[in-house]
Design a protein around this ligand. Structure first.
Ligand SMILES: Cc1cc2nc3c(=O)[nH]c(=O)nc-3n(C[C@H](O)[C@H](O)[C@H](O)COP(=O)(O)OP(=O)(O)OC[C@H]3O[C@@H](n4cnc5c(N)ncnc54)[C@H](O)[C@@H]3O)c2cc1C
Length: 240
């Protein structure tokens, strides 16, 4: 990056303000930086259920993305948390990985009669007892403890937790955030990643135009970068 004139700073941006035709960003430690454009690539964070062991095993036996972590656990004993309509559809993806599947409702009444029948007809077990803990070592899940004292052996567990913006910048800037926690961006014939603030763009997981994965974030960063470059080049041309 440095060889192309870029600079990487490992510091938190605490505030961004529109300042004439550009921006002033405040960094931790009270340093300020001015820029003509801003790309927010601040990502998302996941909101974990308050169950012992969930966070500790996150990414190591407890997963959110079957496309990222499913193949490695195919045909193994799997579990999935189904606590809303979206996760009913998600459970079908997990069944496609392994027919040895237990659906955990964690004590919630989310499954209608038709869904229960569809699951049980396919040999999917339904466990209604609330979950007390996820048990395992640092790199794998071994079992799931239930409130009634039973323990169910599972090799991996899937659940897509609700997402929220990793940084407070979207809120501070008054950007529109969708119901599922992503910044709403627009596109035009001139590019992608536009927000309601002229000159401020969003790329990667933070944006509702990118699926939460590394290839999508990289691809989005590529085209948002080109969009910013086009604006800067046009402005330079106009001012030359
Ligand atoms: C457990 C887990 C496993 C995953 N496995 C896979 C996988 O196998 N394959 C795959 O494709 N994807 C996987 N993903 C998803 C992948 O990590 C993300 O899609 C990708 O990292 C998104 O990139 P990003 O640059 O948009 O955001 P991020 O990688 O989240 O980067 C955002 C950066 O911005 C920084 N930041 C936030 N706010 C501020 C601020 N105010 N000031 C300064 N810096 C700030 C953050 O600290 C962070 O470094 C996984 C995610 C998780 C949680």
């Amino acid at each position: 990056m440095a060889s192309y004139g870029g600079e990487f700073r490992d510091v938190r941006v605490t505030n961004v303000e529109k300042d004439g035709s550009g921006f002033t960003s405040m960094l931790d430690g009270d340093e300020t930086i001015t820029s003509r454009k801003i790309v927010l690539a601040t990502g998302i964070s996941d909101e974990f259920p308050e169950i012992d062991g969930f966070e500790e095993l996150w990414g190591n036996g407890v997963h959110h993305c079957p496309y990222c972590h499913g193949y490695e656990v195919r045909d193994q004993p799997l579990g999935v948390l189904v606590n809303n309509q979206h996760t009913i559809e998600y459970a079908k993806l997990i069944y496609n990985l392994s027919e040895d599947l237990v659906v955990f409702t964690d004590g919630q009444e989310t499954l209608g009669e038709a869904t229960r029948s569809a699951f049980t007809e396919r040999g999917i077990e339904i466990e209604n007892e609330p979950i007390r803990a996820f048990n395992g070592s640092s790199d794998s899940l071994e079992s799931i403890s239930l409130e009634d004292g039973r323990e169910i052996a599972r090799h991996a567990f899937f659940y897509p937790p609700p997402m929220k913006q990793h940084s407070k910048l979207a809120e501070q800037l008054g950007l529109k955030v969708t119901e599922i926690g992503l910044i709403e961006v627009g596109q035009s014939e001139h590019g992608v990643g536009f927000t309601s603030i002229d000159g401020l763009f969003v790329a990667g997981d933070a944006s509702n135009a990118s699926a939460p994965s590394i290839p999508s974030a990289v691809a989005d960063g590529n085209v948002v970068g080109a969009t910013v470059n086009l604006e800067l080049s046009q402005e330079a041309f106009e001012n030359s």
